[in-house]
Ligand binder design. Sequence first.
Ligand SMILES: Cc1cc2nc3c(=O)[nH]c(=O)nc-3n(C[C@H](O)[C@H](O)[C@H](O)COP(=O)(O)OP(=O)(O)OC[C@H]3O[C@@H](n4cnc5c(N)ncnc54)[C@H](O)[C@@H]3O)c2cc1C
Length: 445
Amino acid sequence: MTVRSASNKDDTDENARTSYFNLPALDVSIAFPQATPASVFPPCTSDYYIFDDLLTHEEKSVRMKVRECMEKDVAPIMAEYWEKAEFPFQIIPNLGALRVTGGTIKGYGCPGLSLTANAIATAEIARVDASCSTFVLVHSSLAMLTIGQISNHRLCGSEAQREKYLPSLAQLKTVACWALTEPGYGSDASSLATTATKVEGGWVLEGQKRWIGNSTFADVLIIFARNTTTNQINGFIVNKNAPGLTATKIENKIGLRMVQNGDILLKKVFVPDEDRLPGVNSFQDTSKVLAVSRVMVAWQPIGISMGVYDMCHRYLKERKQFGAPLAAFQITQEKLVRMLGNVQAMLLMGWRLCKLYETGKMTPGQASLAKAWITLKARETVSLGRELLGGNGILSDFLVAKAFCDLEPIYTFEGTYDINSLVTGREITGFASFKPSASSHRSRL
Ligand SMILES: Cc1cc2nc3c(=O)[nH]c(=O)nc-3n(C[C@H](O)[C@H](O)[C@H](O)COP(=O)(O)OP(=O)(O)OC[C@H]3O[C@@H](n4cnc5c(N)ncnc54)[C@H](O)[C@@H]3O)c2cc1C
């Protein structure tokens, strides 16, 4: 590069600008013809131990239906929307038509799937795009499940609430969000500070929520607040037009960029008595929902890892260096095999967790172990994938960079890796270690 004097630099820059500045970027298929981008999604090669053999006919058909929709409708547009950090609202009807939202809930227009089918649908959505799977998860496995029921076990809503809200949520004609986290209380969510005060005919909510997925456009908001009389956590269904309610988008995220996470402000928001969730009378009731949704969250990293493996498998065969496909080198094969091994172990752990749930044996510690361990292994898997694609491993067009970033919030939400480890730790040892032991000023150590 020639460094020019300050006097003629401006003239030269002006000429240079007229020749090529502001031209649109080359289409990736022209810029890099040797490998296919993720807009044409790779075939599924990650199911090495033929997981399909463990599935029922219904579960297999859910798997294929969701895979086809995601590859056809979402893969071609996902990099664009991820980069814009916008949600592709036009795909909501396609996702609704899959009949997977409301997952395990029976009746009220919901599909009544097995937990395993619901989990597989989550993975197949995440295999192509983790933002879409988070959109569905928050709507279905958190908000709808809180109102609805699972395996005939009613969760937190009343019969009237189930009839009023679930049918349109099941078809994705309306969208829901689920607001527990606050600026001051993340991992320590049970200490939340938003208040609910009883007034004539209803309740007044006052406080602030943070990170709430779908909240900027949700029609229905499930909000948790502390009852000022009992000091216990209660739950409320808040409609989006409630006076005093605002939700604004959190900008500059590096992962799940399509998901619209919001800061919610509640300023004297009135909620009528009929919209208080009768089944939420303490934080333990919230935990019942989290125990199920944690199973679903554990399937997101499984799907993400499958997609990354599938992408790498195709890319390494297409891309040549030193006169041979990258797939022919020993070191790249070892990385690919390590990724494949991780995916098989994750699938089997996720599947066993579903079976434990379906037979009524699953404990909260088992769900937490799966969420923690699977996200840990997925982190290793996507970072190997990122390496394998070289420079293209940092482009959203080739999936792995996007998946690499998307996994980070999943490692953190629904209980961080550490918090889930502590939930399992408490179950297996009998000692809760969430809070530091009392400060020991008198200790001689
Ligand atoms: C993209 C995204 C979407 C989300 N969507 C929702 C949503 O829809 N609804 C909702 O309610 N919330 C949502 N959340 C919030 C999420 O659940 C919290 O971010 C999560 O619980 C962690 O809380 P925090 O971010 O405040 O981290 P902190 O609690 O501040 O934790 C920071 C670090 O300290 C560690 N730590 C904390 N306490 C302990 C302890 N006792 N022992 C050891 N380590 C500890 C954590 O493991 C972590 O590494 C979302 C978050 C993100 C990033």
